[in-house]
Design a protein around this ligand. Structure first.
Ligand code: B12
Ligand code: SF4
Length: 458
C-alpha cells in the first residue's frame, strides 16, 4: 500500500522537536512492505508552499492511506497560549479536498483525547498510544478487507458511535525496527539548535497528579539494552554525520542502574556524542552526574514542577526539596547545564506556597535557568482532572470541553499574586517570568544551544 505520513507540528519553540514517533511508525510500515512518503510541515513556512507540496505529492504518489501525526494539541502554557488543533483541522480539510482515501491520526498529543480529537478533525481512524503495530495492522485490514476489532488502540466510528479498542503496550521494544532516520531531514533540525531524538525505554513509574503518560506508556519500564541504544545512536550518527542527541524518555535518569549502564556503554564504545535529556532529581549522585557528563551529557531539563514541600507532596512528585538541592549541586559539579521548570497553580496552591517554593529555590545551588508557567493543563481521567471538577478551572472552550486548552488554576490566586510572582522572577536574569515567554526563550538558549550559546556555570 502507498502511505503518506504527515508531521503536522510547526512549533519551533523552544526548539523544533523532530517527529521521532512518526519515524518509528514509518520504519514498521516500511518493514511490512509498504511504500512511504513523508511530508514534514516543520520547515514549511507558508500556506501556499505547503498546499503546493501536498497537491504535488498526492497527485504523483497517489497515496492509499494518509497518516497524520499530532505531537502537540496546545503548548500547555496558560499565560502565553498557543492552540494548534484548529490549524491542523484546516490542513486535514485541505487534504480531504485532494483525495478521498482514509486517514489515520496518532501521536502523543492526539492520544490524550482519542475520541474528541478524532471527531473534531473529521478523520476516519485514530491510534491511541503506540503506533508501530497498530498502523501495520490497519494498513493490512484496509488493504485486504479485514475487521478492525483486533487492532489494539484503534479508534473509529462503527454503527453510529465510536469504537475504542483498548491500547496495549509493545512488550519487547528491541523487536521493533529502529527509527527511519533517512525519512527526516535532521540537518535542518540541528541547524535550528535541535537534536536527534531517541528513546532508551518506555514507561513511567512516577505519579504526578496531572500526567496521563503512565497510563499511555505503562507504569512499568520497558527498557532497551545499552547495546541497542548505542546501535541506534551509531546508525543515526553515521547517516547524518551529526552528534547532538536528545533522550526523549519521560525521565532519563530512572531507573538509575539502566541510565548508568547506557552512559557506561557510550563511554566504553567511545561514541562521542553530546546529549540532552529530561530528568528528575531522584537518585542523582555525584557519581551518576559525572558519569552522565563523561558520556556527553551537556544539559538537562529537570522536571521539578513545584518547589515548596507542600506542593511537591500535592503534585505527587515523589521527591523532596532535599533531593532537588542535592541534584542541582551534583549537576553543577559535573558541569551539566540545567533548566528547572515550575508549573504554578496546582491543587491548593496559594501565595504562601509560591513564596515558600521561591525562597527555597533562592537558597539552593542555582540551576542555569528556572522557567515558570502559570496554570496546569488538565488531561482527562488524571487525578488533577478529578480534583479540578470540584474547583475553578480555566476553560478556553465550553465548560466540559477539555480538548480546547483547559487549565487548573486556583481561584484564590489574585492579580496581585500574579504580579508578585512576576516581580519576584524579574529579580534574577536566569529566571523566566510566567508572563513573558520570549524571555523564556532567551533563558532557554543558555542550556539549549551549547554550540551557539555560552554555558553559565559558575
Ligand atoms: C521529549 C519531549 C519534549 C522535548 C522534545 C525533544 C526532542 N528533540 O524531541 C522538549 C523538552 C524539547 C519538549 C518540548 C515541548 N513539549 Co514535549 N514532550 C516530550 C515527551 C516527554 C516525549 C515525546 C517523544 O518524543 N516520545 C517518543 C516517541 C517515540 O513517542 P510518540 O511521539 O508518542 O510516538 C508514538 C505514538 O504517539 C504513535 N504515533 C506518533 N505519530 C504517529 C502518527 C500516526 C499516523 C500514528 C497512527 C501513530 C503515531 O506511534 C509512536 C511510536 O509508538 C512527551 C510526553 C510523552 N511521554 O509522550 C512530551 C509532550 C509531547 N510535550 C508536550 C508539550 C506541550 C511540549 C511543548 C509545547 C512545551 C512548551 N510549552 O514548551 C514543547 C513543544 C516543542 C515542539 N517544538 O513541538 C505535550 C503535548 C500535550 C499537549 N497538550 O498537546 C506532551 C505530550 C507532554 C504533556 N503530557 O504535556 N517536549
Ligand atoms: S515523571 Fe513525567 S511522565 Fe512520569 S508521571 Fe511525572 S510528569 Fe508524567
Amino acid at each position: 500500500m502507498r502511505i503518506l505520513l504527515i508531521n503536522t507540528n510547526q512549533e519551533r519553540w523552544p526548539i523544533p522537536a523532530a517527529p521521532i514517533g512518526l519515524s518509528l511508525v514509518a520504519s514498521s510500515l516500511r518493514k511490512a512492505g509498504h511504500e512511504l512518503r513523508v511530508v514534514d510541515r516543520m520547515f514549511l513556512f507558508s500556506k501556499k508552499e505547503e498546499q503546493n507540496i501536498f497537491t504535488d505529492t498526492i497527485r504523483e504518489f497517489k497515496p492509499e492511506l494518509i497518516g497524520i501525526s499530532i505531537r502537540n494539541i496546545d503548548n500547555t502554557c496558560m499565560s502565553a497560549l498557543r492552540y494548534y488543533l484548529p490549524e491542523i483541522k484546516e490542513v486535514v480539510a485541505f487534504l480531504k479536498t485532494l483525495t478521498d482515501v482514509p486517514f489515520v491520526v496518532g501521536g502523543p498529543g492526539y492520544s490524550l483525547f482519542p475520541v474528541d480529537a478524532l471527531k473534531y478533525l473529521g478523520i476516519e481512524f485514530g491510534v491511541q498510544g503506540e503506533g508501530e503495530i497498530a498502523c501495520v495492522q490497519l494498513a493490512q485490514a484496509l488493504g485486504q478487507g479485514g475487521s478492525f476489532d483486533h487492532i489494539a488502540g484503534l479508534v473509529y466510528e462503527a454503527n453510529g458511535s465510536y469504537q475504542v479498542n483498548p491500547p496495549t503496550l509493545i512488550p519487547d521494544l528491541e523487536r521493533m525496527e529502529p527509527p527511519a532516520f533517512d525519512l527526516l531531514d535532521y540537518k535542518k533540525y540541528v541547524q535550528k539548535k535541535s537534536y536527534i531524538g531517541l528513546q532508551t525505554k518506555r514507561g513511567c513509574a512516577f505519579k504526578c497528579v496531572y500526567c496521563e503518560h503512565p497510563r499511555l506508556d505503562g507504569k512499568n519500564y520497558r527498557l532497551k539494552s545499552p547495546q541497542r541504544v548505542v546501535d541506534e545512536i551509531l546508525v543515526a550518527k553515521k547517516f547524518w554525520n551529526l552528534d547532538y542527541f536528545f533522550f526523549v524518555d519521560s525521565v532519563f535518569n530512572f531507573p538509575t542502574d539502566h541510565a548508568c549502564a547506557i552512559c557506561e556503554d557510550i563511554i566504553r564504545k567511545d561514541v562521542k556524542i553530546k546529549w540532552y535529556a529530561n530528568v528528575n532529581p531522584v537518585g542523582i549522585s555525584d557519581e551518576m552526574a559525572f558519569l552522565m557528563a563523561r558520556s556527553g551529557c551537556i544539559g538537562a531539563d529537570v522536571g521539578i514542577d513545584v518547589a515548596s514541600e507542600e506542593m511537591l507532596e500535592r503534585m505527587g512528585k515523589g521527591f523532596t526539596q532535599a533531593d532537588i538541592a542535592k541534584a542541582s549541586a551534583c549537576y553543577r559539579r559535573a558541569g551539566i547545564a540545567t533548566s528547572f521548570q515550575l508549573l504554578l497553580g496546582g491543587p491548593e496552591e496559594t501565595r504562601e506556597t509560591i513564596i515558600d517554593g521561591f525562597r527555597f529555590l533562592e537558597t539552593m545551588p542555582q540551576p542555569d535557568n528556572i522557567l515558570t508557567v502559570f496554570g496546569i493543563r488538565i488531561y482527562p481521567e488524571t487525578p488533577l482532572f478529578h480534583i479540578a471538577k470540584q474547583e475553578d478551572v480555566v476553560f478556553m472552550g465550553e465548560p466540559g470541553d477539555y480538548l480546547s486548552p483547559t487549565f487548573h488554576f486556583p481561584h484564590n490566586l489574585t492579580q496581585d499574586d500574579f504580579l508578585m510572582t512576576e516581580n519576584w522572577c524579574k529579580k534574577y536574569p536566569h529566571w523566566s517570568t510566567p508572563l513573558d515567554p520570549w524571555q523564556y526563550f532567551n533563558v532557554m538558549r543558555v542550556t539549549r544551544a551549547p554550540k551557539f550559546g555560552k554555558f553559565k556555570i559558575s
